[in-house]
Design a protein around this ligand. Sequence first.
Ligand SMILES: CC(C)(COP(=O)(O)OP(=O)(O)OC[C@H]1O[C@@H](n2cnc3c(N)ncnc32)[C@H](O)[C@@H]1OP(=O)(O)O)[C@@H](O)C(=O)NCCC(=O)NCCSC(=O)CCC(=O)c1ccccc1C(=O)O
Length: 264
Amino acid sequence: MANAPAFEDIIYEVRGRAAWIIINRPKVYNAFRGQTLEEIIKALHLAGNDKDVASIVLTGAGDKAFCTGGDQSAHDGNYDGRGVVGLPIDELQGLIRDTPKPIIARVNGFAIGGGNVLATLCDLTIASDTAKFGQVGPRVGSFDGGWGTALLARHVGEKKAKEIWYLNEVYTAQQAADMGLVNKVVPAAELDEATTKWTDTLAERSPTALAFLKRSFNADSDSIRGISNLALHAVKLYYATPESQEGVNAFNEKRKPDFYKFLE
Ligand SMILES: CC(C)(COP(=O)(O)OP(=O)(O)OC[C@H]1O[C@@H](n2cnc3c(N)ncnc32)[C@H](O)[C@@H]1OP(=O)(O)O)[C@@H](O)C(=O)NCCC(=O)NCCSC(=O)CCC(=O)c1ccccc1C(=O)O
């Protein structure tokens, strides 16, 4: 690939007519730090502007995780990068919607926290039968009050979205498909073949029709962008509190958080 930037946290590959963006931090279950998001943003621009690329696949390395959200070991009341909470997360989330090519989440393991939000934002989701989905915010001192709640509720309905966020259960790929969070579940061994079948089909479709369809679907839910921005600034204030820090510390210390003292 000519002039491809050097990446450390991701792998960027063009396979046929599809660009594959693979989060490559398996030791932390493909959790992201500031640099990871910067690299995904660069890769999306690269793929979006490449005339040989018809669609984009976002996935995680290995078989344990798609992405488990923010790297809790790089979270000290703020993450370690650029942006409102030390992550350019709003920029990435907006870019997933604004890139005019279809983006497929290939979910190969845990899609948790901010990783679940990334899958929620992708145009299509294909999952291995071993994948697991869930939200953890109230357990680890975080929340996504924008795309992660409002767009999720459009996919699964508001009662289910509340259950996901309030109870923090882990759902199987089939349960996620039944609730509308996943388009297709395939045996783990067939995940790449099934993903490639989709990207081959997308490569045969009219790119202009696909781009207008994507913009059209987005136009209807774009008011969530403003809510997301507001919620990001709210979460910044929350991250500065001992209550949020109790959640992060408990995860890093592998113990249950003690939130009782914060009840008002
Ligand atoms: C994913 C689990 C449920 C898996 O559980 P289990 O199978 O028991 O494995 P573990 O032993 O827990 O984990 C294995 C190994 O991986 C490490 N790890 C896992 N997840 C993370 C992580 N997120 N950060 C760092 N490290 C992680 C874990 O420590 C283990 O390492 P060892 O060295 O082997 O001990 C479970 O792991 C789990 O629940 N993980 C927590 C996930 C989490 O807390 N994620 C962060 C949520 S908050 C977030 O994502 C916000 C970031 C963000 O994008 C945002 C910010 C502000 C506003 C909006 C957003 C937004 O998301 O939109």
